[in-house]
Design a protein around this ligand. Structure first.
Ligand code: PBG
Length: 331
């Protein structure tokens, strides 16, 4: 293609009028691109604010259903449900994770029975359920891989039994996607999808989330860097994604979001599979803190962040701003 030069080429001509900017826009954000993460807690009529996450609450199941109704009304395709477990119900092994009557399973069943067409996604990882706050089983300071995978398989089957549409393993154990696929199939859940947190980094940006699911205090200063990825690495993310796809992942998550757009762009270009970006809790907190100070313009900055995810190659975005964005897109 010949690319002319100034003055015959004036890049500003296409940008000059609003109608023209619309015509030449290469990417567009739709409500269909959004996944809304929601926190659930035991009890009735509870909406407990999450520190560092303005407008984000831990909802009891009855109140979660109101949020699910809102998702449906706004035509958000799917929600992701994360449980905040009572400290008294946690143990070293995260045993509650494989109890088919646990909080997350009851929440999924309630949402699916009220709104069967709303997509429901569940994390597979032990951190909300363990006293030590790690995603896997801990033995003398070490996270056991294969033993953890067995528990994760049970957790995934419980969630699928409860009606979960998409299982999202976020634990970063080796071999878990293949094992979970086999376990789901053996339990008759061939159509339950797997959205693998394939490229998940050991990140400081998860801080507010750990508070939301009450895993932060348990984890303390401990690190997840023996299983989550080193932020210095990019080739390794491609390797992780290739493995998860080979093991049967239907889509992959790249996480965190905005500081990792290079990983997202590479993943989309190299694999051409559905790539989901997660704008994580710390990114949400940073933006909200700036909005509250009046340092950044709320609507403009949120929408810009979203279109950047799209441009980098995201097919969908997990974001705590989902309902706000859906409202903005309606206008
Ligand atoms: C649990 C999990 C985490 C997040 C999603 N699933 C935290 C972690 O790995 O420590 C982070 C989400 C966010 O920060 O918004 N394995």
């Amino acid at each position: 293609m010949s690319r002319g030069q100034y003055p015959s080429t004036r890049m500003r001509r296409n940008r000059n009028r609003a109608f023209s900017r619309r015509l030449v826009a290469e990417n567009r954000l739709e409500t269909a691109d959004l996944i809304w993460p929601l926190f659930v807690i035991e009890g009735h009529d509870i909406a407990e604010p999450v520190a560092a996450m303005p407008d984000v609450f831990r909802y009891s199941i009855d109140r979660l259903l109101q949020q699910a109704a809102k998702a449906v009304e706004l035509t958000i395709p799917a929600i992701a449900i994360f449980p905040s477990i009572d400290a008294a119900l946690k143990d070293d092994a995260g045993s509650l994770a494989r109890d088919g009557d646990n909080l997350v399973c009851r929440a999924v069943a309630a949402v699916k029975s009220a709104y069967p067409d709303l997509g429901v996604i569940c994390d597979v990882a032990l951190d909300p359920f363990t006293t030590h706050g790690h995603d896997g089983l801990l033995d003398q300071g070490e996270i056991l891989n294969d033993e953890t995978v067995e528990v994760l398989c049970e957790q995934a089957v419980c969630q699928a039994n409860a009606g979960c549409d998409i299982i999202a393993p976020s634990d970063m154990m080796d071999g878990r996607v293949g094992a979970i696929r086999a376990a789901l199939d053996a339990a008759g859940h061939q159509n339950v999808q797997i959205m693998a947190y394939a490229a998940k980094y050991a990140s400081g940006f998860y801080g507010p989330f750990r508070d939301a699911v009450r895993a932060g205090a348990s984890l303390g200063k401990a690190e997840k860097s023996t299983y989550q990825m080193d932020p210095a690495n990019s080739d390794e993310a491609m390797h992780e994604i290739a493995l998860d796809l080979a093991e049967g992942a239907d889509m992959v998550i790249i996480k965190p979001g905005m500081p990792y757009l290079d990983i997202l762009a590479r993943a989309k270009a190299e694999f051409g599979v559905p790539c989901i970006a997660y704008q994580v809790s710390g990114e949400y907190s940073m933006l909200c803190a700036s909005f509250e100070q009046g340092w950044l313009d709320r609507e403009r900055t949120i929408l810009e962040a979203m279109i950047c995810f799209k441009r980098a190659g995201a097919d969908a975005i997990l974001t705590y701003f989902a309902p706000k964005i859906a409202v903005l897109l309606r206008r």
